[in-house]
Design a protein around this ligand. Structure first.
Ligand code: GLN
Length: 496
């Protein structure tokens, strides 16, 4: 029992807390102190020791009472895109500097201890808020108004994005678990780059209430942790209908995703899309994916070749639709109702202009302009409507593929994490690297990243698993069995 607290998984911490071997307050203090020593990673944006300890004491009270919820006292940190009452929320933007929400996002509430007089959730204690790309737009966490996040495996490289702070914090053991959001890959890709496990559920499984909106028809919350078992525990708490608050919330009851974790993989058909293994894929990533697939075959799975013929179109389709939705969603940031307002202006129109050009970063402004353009009269049919039609075809390609296989597997990204600043002023380089994650996002399908070994320079590689609608349990089952047979998910960055 000499393992330090930060090396324990969510499941292990929950067991020790229930056994009263350690208190929630001790665990929280341990992680808070540890995070102080890793400030140079840039993972955390907001921390508030008093708020965290108050939550920890509330969890200890639940534990002492003997009928504590499943994850009582286990720490978690939230991507700074979820609004929280106890901590400021910035969405990585100057536009929301010092913004404080009067309520918790549904996902935060479902995971948390609950305020006095409010029904609590799974009993987890919030350590703080995690850095992310501004309004979750990015693939490297280099678009945050609050500085870059470094990859704990090599601090000269990016952690991925947009949930880069979440992935880096989990990999560096600054928290046992984090929330992330995935619009076009932002849970899967940083999980892959940082060697952790992350799952984006079926669109609508987790409520979007209190998630700062980027592209509403794509945004989805999910857990990031070290193991599939931990992701299953967290996802079980996060999901469930929230029909009064999110009209796209699915009316599907909450599920216990830990139940099917150990299911036998014999006879499971894994589909490999030809388009995910073409020219753009780096050889080191391919070798790691092949090794992971060989393990899954050992476990009884069979592999079949499938085709997702419109994979290449996912990039233009996504960057038209996501920008269009973003331009609409972000119109609320006008300097009037909340957030940043330019200090000097002459009249109302000047106030709007200055507020929005000073408050938003370059990438966000680029998306607002693209989105406004594709929605404008005369271009709407040619771009927006056309993209909607192709989106439907991409979703149909998946349904065709699922007649031949039970899950789809492939790489998460074409390469391992690239160097900080390597994509410089070339946003297209970031967009193209999203090729393997965008199709499942456009189709609204669940997808996950599971550690699958290491590529160039010893950097982690993630295996992507994509399931049909509501098949999260199956993905977690495959990931868990793979993790029982391998130790890639247990390796740590040097010095951690
Ligand atoms: N990289 C993609 C983008 O920049 C996806 C981001 C996300 O999933 N939030 O839009």
């Amino acid at each position: 029992m000499t393992q330090p607290l930060h090396d324990l998984t969510v499941a292990e911490l929950a067991t020790r807390l229930k056994a009263r071997d350690v208190s929630a307050e001790e665990v929280a203090r341990h992680f808070l102190a540890r995070s102080q020593t890793a400030a140079d990673l840039g993972a955390y944006l907001a921390m508030d020791e008093e708020a965290t300890l108050a939550q920890a004491r509330a969890a200890d009270a639940l534990l002492a009472a003997g009928n504590a919820p499943a994850l009582a006292g286990v720490p978690i940190a939230h991507k700074d895109i979820f609004v929280t009452r106890d901590f400021a929320t910035t969405a990585g933007s100057k536009m929301l500097a010092d913004y404080r929400s009067p309520f918790d996002a549904t996902v935060v509430r479902r995971l948390g201890v609950g305020a006095p007089g409010q029904t609590g959730g799974a009993g987890m204690v919030t350590l703080g808020k995690l850095n992310c790309d501004e309004f979750a737009m990015g693939s490297a966490n280099e678009n945050s108004a609050y500085g870059v996040v470094k990859n704990p495996w090599d601090t000269a490289r990016v952690p991925g994005g947009s949930s880069g702070g979440s992935a880096a914090a989990v990999a560096a053991r600054l928290t046992p678990a984090a929330t992330g959001t995935d619009t076009g890959g932002s849970i899967r890709q940083p999980a892959s780059f940082c060697g952790i496990t992350g799952i984006k559920p079926t669109y609508g499984r987790a409520s979007r209430y209190g998630m700062v909106a980027f592209a509403s028809s794509l945004d989805q919350a999910g857990p990031m942790a070290r193991t599939a078992e931990d992701c299953a525990l967290l996802l079980s708490a996060m999901c469930g209908p929230d029909l009064d608050r999110d009209s796209t919330s699915l009316d599907v009851p909450a599920e216990d995703f830990t139940r099917g974790l150990s299911g036998d993989l014999t006879g499971l058909r894994i589909g490999l899309p030809t388009e995910f293994f073409g020219d753009g894929l780096d050889a080191d990533v391919r070798a790691a994916i092949d090794a992971a697939l060989a393990e899954l075959r050992q476990l009884g799975a069979t592999v079949v070749d499938i085709s997702l013929p419109r994979t290449r179109l996912a990039i233009p389709v996504y960057y038209v639709l996501a920008a269009a939705e973003a331009s609409s969603n972000l119109s609320r940031f006008d300097g009037v109702k909340f957030g940043f307002r330019a200090p000097d202006y002459t009249d109302l129109e000047d106030m709007y202009k200055k507020t929005r050009s000073q408050g938003f970063g370059d990438e966000v402004q680029r998306r607002i302009m693209t989105g406004t353009y594709v929605l404008s009269h005369g271009y709407y049919d040619a771009y927006y409507l056309q993209a909607q039609k192709v989106r439907r075809l991409i979703a149909q390609d998946f349904q065709q593929a699922f007649t031949q296989c039970d899950v789809i597997a492939g790489p998460v990204a074409p390469s391992v994490a690239w160097g900080l600043g390597a994509h410089g002023d070339d946003p297209l380089a970031d967009y193209l690297a999203d090729i393997y994650t965008l199709p499942a996002s456009l189709a609204g399908l669940p997808g996950m990243s599971v550690p699958a070994g290491f590529g160039a320079a010893g950097m982690p590689v993630g295996l992507q698993l994509i399931g049909n609608y509501l098949q999260e349990g199956r993905l977690l089952n495959v990931a868990h069995r793979l993790q029982q047979a391998t130790d890639w998910h247990q390796r740590k960055p040097n010095g951690i």
